[in-house]
Design a protein around this ligand. Structure first.
Ligand SMILES: Nc1ncnc2c1ncn2[C@@H]1O[C@H](COP(=O)(O)OP(=O)(O)OP(=O)(O)O)[C@@H](O)[C@H]1O
Ligand SMILES: [Mg+2]
Length: 537
């Protein structure tokens, strides 16, 4: 629908627009005020209110007469002139187009001319959003004006920049966070230069015979890997990690180990190297513990924790009575020769720019975060040790983590002994081409310093005012007027606020299933045409 109006007041801060009677303006609508020199200002509706030329007392009286049956056919003369809507809007962007149809974009420093008419935004007005190279970018969705989706204006963000500076996705449950990430990952499979580790606690990214997933992508064989601890899962590689590959620092800030226990772990590692976990399980006599400087009680607690958390315990060894042997109860952590290469394989795949999905739906919270910690720590120290020339040619690596406060929340960061690796990546990953895609329902429990480091926020609907405040306070653009807009976002509707975008862009992310069907049918058409050309040529 064509929307129109005229500027009747306000200024740079707020612009007041009288709405044309049939316009049906909506909260969040994008509108345009044209200038005289091939320039225009994009403005956005932040509020809408009634106005009337009829004094309030008269309005009250006529309403009363109508309600009480005194004047059934009481009507206003020229009602569309006397009663109308006024929208309060904000200037988002000032755009100039030169002779070569290039766009010059600036922050608005002047309001559009007074009494200027206002029109709906069209695709051409948003031409500057087109990425220079779609293959180096992530597709987030289509631009949205209020609730009208402009399917022809795709919104992309730069792949490398946005991933190294972290992406934060906050929303109330069910608003489409996972759907958005699925769409993003699909477009990353089409691009080059990024490896993504997905910790997937709901097993909702890979897909199966019923639901579409990343496995339906044409490049899945070259670029997608899927691990599951469930050995029955035919589609997945088996996720098993040999305890010899675990290091004491992998427990940093994860698993609730005290500083004495962490110290004891380091002592065990120093003495027994890669066998340190088995040696903790086998128990040491007091003399050995004393020589290592470990308290007997600490060793006992440690042994118990290793048993409950990793499923590693020791039993008497029948073949050599003085010795014990380890048993491994979990599906995930193994001994002997099993699972020795898993972590290396995953790290290598990430370094080759693949997406690696870990189905953690059958793992405990601890197991999921711990496996993530082992992989992330390996990548972190590897990338940290590369010199800048080597690092330049490595892909950026990002880690998708659901329910991010588990590792980035105030409590997790303050109570853990030492920083957990996710917090370390949030703070300093950027220097080493590492980033996070952090998903959460609760932004308010994440410290401001971390939120401020998340330089791209994709904000979906949120009913909780405390959450909205935390998000708005840490956004890259001034979203102080968007509180109500964020509260009213429907499924799939979002606002992208990033240091890499010129304004907070309203988008709609298509439903993954539909998006994939469309993508695949387009690809089918393309192949058909190419096939035909070949025949003719
Ligand atoms: N863009 C969209 N258009 C239409 N339906 C959508 C869209 N995005 C998500 N949905 C639907 O909404 C439901 C919830 O979506 P999704 O699982 O992505 O939400 P979520 O924010 O990840 O929720 P949770 O916090 O529970 O993980 C799904 O059934 C999905 O199909
Ligand atoms: Mg989800």
């Amino acid at each position: 629908m064509k929307k129109g109006g005229q500027i009747v007041g306000g200024g740079l801060k707020d612009i007041y627009i009288r709405e044309k009677s049939d316009s049906q303006m909506e909260l969040g609508d994008l509108l345009v005020a044209d200038g005289d020199n091939n320039d225009y200002t994009i403005i956005q509706v932040k509020d809408i209110e009634y106005r009337s030329q009829v004094p309030q007392l008269n309005l009250d009286l006529s309403a009363g007469m109508k309600l009480e049956g005194y004047g059934d056919n009481l009507e206003f003369v020229q009602p569309e002139l006397r009663n109308y809507m006024v929208a309060r809007a904000k200037s988002l962007l000032y755009v100039q187009k030169n002779d070569k149809s290039q766009y010059l974009i600036k922050s608005p420093k002047r309001p559009p001319s007074f009494f200027n008419s206002i029109r709906s935004i069209n695709d051409d007005d948003l031409g500057f959003l087109k990425p220079e190279k779609a293959e180096n970018s992530i597709y987030l969705g289509d631009i949205r004006s209020g609730s009208t989706v402009k399917k022809d204006v795709k919104v992309h963000i730069d792949l490398i920049k946005s991933l190294t500076h972290h992406i934060f996705i906050p929303a109330t449950t069910g608003r489409g966070k996972s759907n958005l990430v699925r769409v993003m990952l699909w477009s990353i499979l089409d691009s080059e230069g990024a490896g993504i580790l997905v910790l997937d606690p709901h097993n909702e990214y890979y897909g199966d015979n019923v639901r579409k997933g990343l496995r339906d992508h044409p490049k899945m064989t070259e670029k997608l890997e899927y691990y599951s601890p469930d050995s029955e899962n035919q589609d997945a590689l088996t996720l098993s990690v040999n305890v010899k590959k675990i290091r004491p620092n992998h427990f940093s800030g994860i698993g609730g180990f005290s500083s004495a226990q962490s110290e004891a772990m380091r002592m065990f590692y120093n003495k027994y190297k890669e066998n340190w976990i088995s040696e903790i399980a086998k128990e040491k006599d007091n003399k050995t513990l004393k020589a290592m400087g470990i308290d007997e009680k600490t060793a006992k607690v440690l042994k118990r924790k290793i048993e409950t958390k990793l499923g590693v315990s020791a039993i008497d060894d029948q073949s050599s009575p003085d010795d014990k042997k380890c048993v491994f109860k979990s599906n995930l952590f193994t001994g002997g020769d099993a699972g020795l290469s898993t972590i290396n394989d995953i790290v290598e795949s990430l370094e080759e720019g693949k997406i690696v999905i870990i189905d953690s739906s059958k793992l405990s919270d601890f197991e999921e975060l711990f496996v993530g910690s082992i992989i992330s720590s390996n990548i972190f120290f590897k990338y940290k040790n590369y010199n800048s020339d080597v690092l330049k040619n490595r892909p950026v690596i990002s880690i998708v983590i659901e329910e991010a406060p588990r590792v980035l929340g105030r409590e997790a960061l303050e109570s853990g002994m030492g920083n957990n690796i996710y917090g370390t990546i949030a703070r300093e990953g950027r220097k080493f081409k590492l980033g996070l895609i952090a998903i959460t329902q609760l932004a308010s429990v994440i410290p401001r310093a971390i939120l401020a480091n998340m330089n791209t926020k994709i904000i979906l609907g949120n009913e909780m005012s405390m959450e909205r405040s935390a998000i708005i306070d840490s956004a890259s653009q001034d979203l102080s007027d968007d509180n109500r807009i964020i509260a009213s976002l429907d499924k799939g509707e979002a606002i992208v606020s990033s240091v890499f975008t010129r304004f907070a862009i309203p988008i709609y992310t298509p439903e993954f299933e539909k998006f994939v069907n469309e993508y695949l049918s387009k690809q089918g058409e393309k192949m058909e045409i190419e096939g035909e050309t070949e025949l003719i040529g």
